[in-house]
Structures are given as C-alpha cells and as structure tokens.
Design a protein around this ligand. Structure first.
Ligand code: SAM
Length: 243
C-alpha cells in the first residue's frame, strides 16, 4: 500500500470550468451540486487555492489519473476507456441514467454473458458490456441514426457488437443479461416483451424518482429486485430471475 496526500477543493461551476480550461489538470470530480463542483487532486496542492479538506489516502495502485496532453489522453491500465464519437444519439455518458446503468452493469455482468441492450442509443452500454467481458452482445434501437452511430462507436472501441433497428417484440433469442435504459412511459408499453428475453439478470433504468422505481418493481413478474441505484433522482433497478 502506498500513501498519498489528497487535496479537496470546492468551486462554483464557472470557476471550475475556467480552471479546467486554463490549466491542464489531472483531477477527480467528487460531486457536482447546487452550482458547485467538489474535486480533488493528489500529491501536490493547487497554487493559489485553499483546499477545503486535506487527508491521506492508501492505495494499491499509484494515484494516476487520466491526463490530456495535446490530443493524447493517457489512461491508467486499470481504467476502461469508452471512446465515443459525439453524434446525435443519446448516450454520451453524462446523463445520470446512463451512469446508473453503467454502474449496475459493472456490478452484475459476469464474463462470458450474452447481453441484450434495449434502446442502445450511442451504443455506450453495449460497449461497456464488451469491455466487461460479455461473449456476445446485441444492441437494438428504434432509431436508425442511433444504430448507425452505435456501430461506428463499437468499431472505435475495437469491439465486435451486433446492432440493429428493432423493438423488444422482434427479438426471439434469450440472454443472460438484458439492460434497458428507457423511460417509464416506454416500459409501460414494452416491459411485457422485455421480460421473456432475460435468462438471469434484468437491469431497468431511466426511471425518474422513487415512485417510478417502485412502480416498475411492482410491474416486473418472475424476477426479484436485488439492487436499486440512484443518481441525481434517476433510478435503475437490477433484478434476478426467480427459480
Ligand atoms: C435514454 S436513451 C438510452 C441510450 C443509451 N442506452 C444510454 O444508456 O445512454 C433510450 C433509447 O431507447 C430508444 N428507444 C425508445 N423506445 C424504444 C423501443 N420501444 N425499442 C427500442 N429502443 C427504443 C431511443 O431511441 C433511445 O435511443
């Protein structure tokens, strides 16, 4: 174990963006709340700014954050970079419902799983599934442009993933894990077609507020909820097939 100094700062959004723009910093964003960003740097404090907290952290890995140098991005080997072309499809990774989905995928996807991504958008969740070791991945979306962009993004990440224009009712196969980051009103229409597609794990996200999460739990038959995760009011629920 190595010991590192961690310096925590808090700045209004605008000052934080200015700092990012002016200095080429490697930093960790801890939270963004009420117009303020809380972030940390390691080892050396920032010049001209007082930290709100300073403490020591123990880490097996050296504290080595991604760093941009010119057009290069240097990423430590234990992180999983997701490369995305900024197109018009939903799924840049900035939306909390995508982040909830990524965290639940990371927790429940086992190597070798066959995965279905319903409403793939940019393909971000399918690509994450590929990075986590899924053996076969199918991403579907009703939007042609999203499917085209998802294919491009999979290529950018060196992954072989199938994407096609389809709705859950068109899929005849079954998968170890099915993930769907949609909307409550869409689940009301397509949940009955999604349920039979999962053999083991089902992750439903894109639910806004506790009430939508509770309602979806009451609508899912044949699975038990095993994890509820939320970020900024957006909920995702992971279910395990019964029996
Ligand atoms: C909230 S976005 C999620 C994108 C990406 N998976 C993510 O997590 O960031 C929802 C996507 O579902 C697609 N969609 C909506 N209704 C659908 C349906 N019935 N079947 C398949 N895809 C659908 C939309 O076109 C959109 O791309």
């Amino acid at each position: 174990m190595k010991v590192y100094k961690k310096f925590v700062y808090e700045l209004p959004n605008e000052d934080f963006e200015k700092l990012l723009y002016e200095k080429n910093l490697s930093l960790e964003v801890i939270s963004r709340d009420q117009g303020k960003v809380r972030f940390a740097v390691y080892q050396e404090p920032l010049e001209g700014l007082d930290p709100v907290e300073t403490y020591e952290v123990k880490s097996k890995n050296s504290v080595f954050l991604p760093k941009k140098v010119g057009s290069f991005l240097i990423v430590p080997s234990w992180l999983k970079p997701l490369i995305l072309h900024p197109g018009s499809a939903f799924g840049t990774g900035y939306h909390p419902s995508t982040q909830v989905s990524l965290l639940l995928l990371e927790r429940f996807l086992k190597k070798g799983y066959r995965v279905l991504d319903v409403g793939c958008g940019s393909g971000i969740l399918s690509i994450a599934a590929g990075k986590l070791g899924a053996s076969e991945i199918l991403g579907i979306d009703i939007d042609r442009v999203s499917v085209k962009e998802a294919k491009k993004n999979a290529r950018l990440n060196g992954l072989k993933i199938s994407f096609r224009v389809a709705e859950p009712k068109d899929i005849k196969d079954q998968f170890h894990l099915v993930i769907a980051n949609l909307e409550f009103s869409i689940f009301e229409k397509v949940l009955k077609d999604i349920l039979p597609l999962s053999l083991r794990i089902l992750i439903l996200a894109g639910l806004y507020g506790k009430d939508e999460a509770k309602r979806i739990i009451s609508m899912v038959e044949g699975f038990k909820p095993v994890k509820v995760k939320s970020l900024k009011g957006w909920y995702g629920v992971a279910f395990l097939k019964k029996g």
